[in-house]
Each structure stands twice: as C-alpha cells, then as structure tokens.
Design a binder for this molecule. Sequence first.
Ligand SMILES: Cc1cc2nc3c(=O)[nH]c(=O)nc-3n(C[C@H](O)[C@H](O)[C@H](O)COP(=O)(O)O)c2cc1C
Length: 369
Amino acid sequence: MTSQPLLAPFRMGDIDLRNRVVMAPLTRARAGMVDHVPTMLQAEYYAQRASAGLIVSEASAISADGFGWAGTSGLWTPEQVRGWRRVTDAVHAAGGRIFAQLWHTGAIAHPDVLGGKNPLSASDVNLLFETVTPVGRKPTVDPRPMTREEIQRTVQDFGRAARNAMEAGFDGVQILANYLYLLAQFLNRTTNRRTDEYGGDIEARSRILFEVIEAVLSVVDPARVGVKISPMHEGGPFAAHEETLPMAEHVVRRLDGYGISHLLLMGNNTDFTGTPLEALSGDGMFRHFRPLFRGTLIANTNMTADRGNRLVAEGLADLVAFGRPYIANPDLIERIAAGAPFAEIDWSTVYTNGPQGYSDYPALRQRAA
Ligand SMILES: Cc1cc2nc3c(=O)[nH]c(=O)nc-3n(C[C@H](O)[C@H](O)[C@H](O)COP(=O)(O)O)c2cc1C
C-alpha cells in the first residue's frame, strides 16, 4: 500500500514532509476563554495528529482587534506564544510539522468579544452571518470601516503575529485569505465599498492582502509562508459574482511571483450550479488554478484517499488537505495506508469544551485493543 501517491514524501520549500497529507486548519475552540492561550489539551490533540505530513493549525487571531470567535487562540501576547510553544514542541516530538494560520475575523466578530466595540471591516456592510460569543451564537452587527491608520496597524499586526509564530516554534505560517474574514471582506466587491486606495478595482481591493504578505515576508522566509485562498460562494454578501473568479486569479498569479511555500486551495464546499463559479465544481478548481501557480499546491475539500491519490497522480495537486476527516481520525495516515474506513464525526462536540469529541477519538490500533 505504500505505493499510494499520498504516502510518498514531499519537499515543500525547504522542508521535508513525510507524506503528502495535510491536516487542514480546524477551529475547535479549546483555548483559554479570557487569555486565548492554547492549552495542554491542544498540545495533546495536535500531537495525536502529527503523522500528517503537515498540520496547519486552527486559525489564530493576530491581535485583540482581530479576535472574533469565543474560545479560539491568539498570537499577540507572550503567554499565547508560550502556549503555542507547548503545541509545537509536542508535534515536533512526535515527528510532525506544523504551520500557524494567521487570522483577523473583521466583521465576523461581535461587540461581546471586543469590549463593547463594533468590529472593524473594509466598509460598514453587515455580513448577515452568525458569530460565536462566550454565550453562544449571535447575528453579526454593522462593522466600522477601518481608517487607513487602522489598516496600516493591521498589516503590522500580521507581521508581528508571524514573528511570534516563528518564536513559538512553528515551521511556518499560513495567511487566511478566504471564507468571510477580514482579508476576504476587502477582496469582495460587495463588502468593500471604499473609495480610497484600498477599494475600487481588483488591484485596489487586494492591496491590503499584498501589504500583509509583504509584512509577513519581511520577517519570515518565503519558503515558510503559505496562503489559503479560493473563490467561494457562501451566500448573502458573499454570494459569488462575476468578479469573484477574476479576483482569485489575480491574487494567485501575483502570489506565484513571491516564491512562497504553498497555496491551500479549497474546492467547492457549496453548490456552484448556476453561479459564475460553476465550471470550478469538483476537480475543476484544481484544473483551473494548477497552471497559474508553480509552487506547492494543496488541494482541499471533500477528499477521500482515492480522490487524493488520483489528484496527486494526475499532477493536479502536490499535497492534499483533509479537514473534517481529521476531527474523528487522529491516525488518518494509518487508515489511508490500511485502506480502512474513516470514523464519523460527532458534530455535537465539535465546538464544545474539554477532551470529549476532541482528543478522545481512538486510533484504529486502540480500537482493536
Ligand atoms: C470544524 C471546522 C473548523 C474549521 N476551521 C477553519 C479554520 O480555522 N481556518 C480555515 O481556514 N478553515 C477552517 N475550516 C475549513 C477547513 O480547513 C477545510 O477547508 C474545509 O473543512 C474543507 O475540507 P474538508 O472537506 O476536508 O473538511 C474549518 C472546517 C471545519 C469543519
């Protein structure tokens, strides 16, 4: 079974990975509620999954302003850096590799987690989604448009968080630029109505992203910096429109010039039928973007071992990221090697506290014993 392409080693930038399987970033809300410090429980959970070629951590906020989801972790205080050090040490001791995912939630935050202040965004467009507060989910509010000074500070905060991540022992960082969060709020025409140099056409709307990338590259080697981006159709203000794909193409083409570590590309996780993204359904996403990016391309969303092996064999992906399967299968690699079925997720415990439904999913071997 070791002839499976997914199980072959791979060199990503200057790092040797022992296989081509990536654990996709998964927010699990097990960090300290007040200090946002990663816990020993998180160290145990990540170490259990260290046989992945690469782990991308759960999204971690770059600053207090960028924090917007109760129970998630941060990367702006010394205590948070020390907390993450326990995680990276545990993963490295188990022979794994781990990148930190850098996150600013922007308008997906609530005054309840921001000391009563409204969240920041490109413009004052309510995302009409839900946000997670310490007392449960609440509807998003109208965000406050960032001043240019706040944009500059945020760019610097990304750089500082990247430096903190390397100090915490991460092997690299990944910038979260898709879904509905701050950078995506700038990229998206519907949520960015600015009239200054950060709004307007595709180039202007992506300005903040490239400033962030350059701030991160000023402190971390490009071989250790990745980006997660993909055109998405999430409904509401994030429904795909005719500029969604051109924006993603523009960003990926420009990223290609930086010689970065990787691009983590999600396939469709919603139905693209009837949207301008229809042709990108299924493997269409990887076929479309593979020629635009010469670095390591990580394909994600609805992967199985068979599909992942095929995408690597066909040259459509270098690495394959599994998100949901890693929740219930700490030993995903062993299961792929054995051709064993993947265990099912208990969704009721995905975002709760403590080890239940987090670090207590058994490996195949434990189950057999
Ligand atoms: C519980 C859960 C938490 C997630 N948290 C994050 C996150 O913190 N950052 C991120 O970029 N994506 C996050 N995602 C998306 C996954 O990384 C992945 O892109 C998505 O689940 C598709 O992969 P899959 O089909 O293998 O699950 C999350 C997904 C789930 C199910």
